[in-house]
Design a protein around this ligand. Sequence first.
Ligand code: URP
Ligand code: ZN
Ligand code: ZN
Length: 474
Amino acid sequence: MTTTLIKGGTVVSATGRVQADVLIEGDRIAGLLQPGTTSAGLGGLEQSVDRVIDATGKYVIPGGIDPHTHMQMPFGGTEACDTFETGTRAAAWGGTTTIIDFAIQRYGERVMDGLAQWHEWANGNCAIDYGFHQIIGGIDDDSLAVMRRLPEEGVTSFKLFMAYPGVFYSDDAQIFKAMQVGAETGLMTMMHAENGPVIDILAAQLADAGKLSPYYHGISRVWQMEEEATHRAIMLSDVTKAPLYIVHVSAKQAVAQVAAARSRGQNVFAETCPQYLYLSLEENLGAPGFEGAKWVCSTPLRSRAEEHQNELWRGLRTGELSLVSTDHCPFCFKGQKEMGKDDFRAIPNGIGSVEHRVDLLYQGVVEGRITVERWVELVSTTPARMFGLYGKKGVIAPGADADIVVYDPNGHTSIGMGKTHHMNMDHSAWEGFEIDGHVDTVLSRGKVIIDGNEYLGAKGDGQFLKRGLTQYLT
Ligand code: URP
Ligand code: ZN
Ligand code: ZN
């Protein structure tokens, strides 16, 4: 069994930071030791371990958990351009050691067939551990019955869509029935909360008026339809008593709806994504020519973004928002985003960020918006607790998987022009971003997979994670 000692670092958890050395035996954490005791004490431990990682002056944090990715997702007439292989490798480079991806059941298909397909795509291809949520795109008696069996499969959450009519959309009656299953089983209902039918009318009217550039994607997806759908989902969850998790919140008005529900004591949770914390409708979607297509995603980037961003950061600080995922759904510019060059409605929706989430969120620490503990909570510990992985993942404690990131707060990461990232994309939505901080070393179940600027992982190292129910229910 390989033994590793990470010495001299500051171990940060959701509840505090301590100077401690971390001993790893095989794929698990064996213990946290008082700094300095290791070389002299415990029988010369430092001499006897196989590997010593010097983390002096650095943070030692649990590996990032990104609970919202779409590797190789068939969507928008094409498929997301990161495979499980390329996407999980890029995630590792950025300090993420677990993803939870979305298996899909479409209308007319069987739920378990969709899940089996995603297993086939992921199995043997991932660099890091992975789990699945289940998208239910066709709610009927059969899928409602099968959903009850998802916990046996280690899939303890399902996503529904109030958007994308004709693709994944469910109406209120269908949502209500699915939520009743959620209430009965403890499965978390994850909701894409935008009023799709109204948005589609607005989009068609803009297109008819010749307003066809990427900018109008954002104009069509008005914040009112995010607020309205968020409110509706919350009310349906209140009646059914289903736990509810709103995905990719971008509008400050939706944050207010989530906050109000939480203050009433409802089991309502929400995530936001880096794009909504940093990017805007005018500057990004409104970029010259067709460039704005790079930032077409739903929910969209917002106008007067600073107001929304400040509220999102405030929500992240106060707990109104629970965590930050990426909604990683990358499409290349050439041949994919270009599909919509004459009409924004044909641009595949999605942004690639899986490599940058830990770094981008760390900027909130640098800017004084969140503490270093809250950073760890947002990128690792809460995703683990929210989606039934805690104990194994999301914490540096004896017995937990040794998924660990050594993060250098004095390091620097440039997301420069050209291909300086590892995602399988021909561009980056984050080009030009200068990051204070650097992911130095990444361990996945005790194996060093990133060592400075070297990738040491391998396709197939990642294992499927059977998840338990959320820990956020009483
Ligand atoms: O634009 C997005 N968000 N694409 C991925 C699919 C989804 O709705 O999460
Ligand atoms: Zn969505
Ligand atoms: Zn998504």
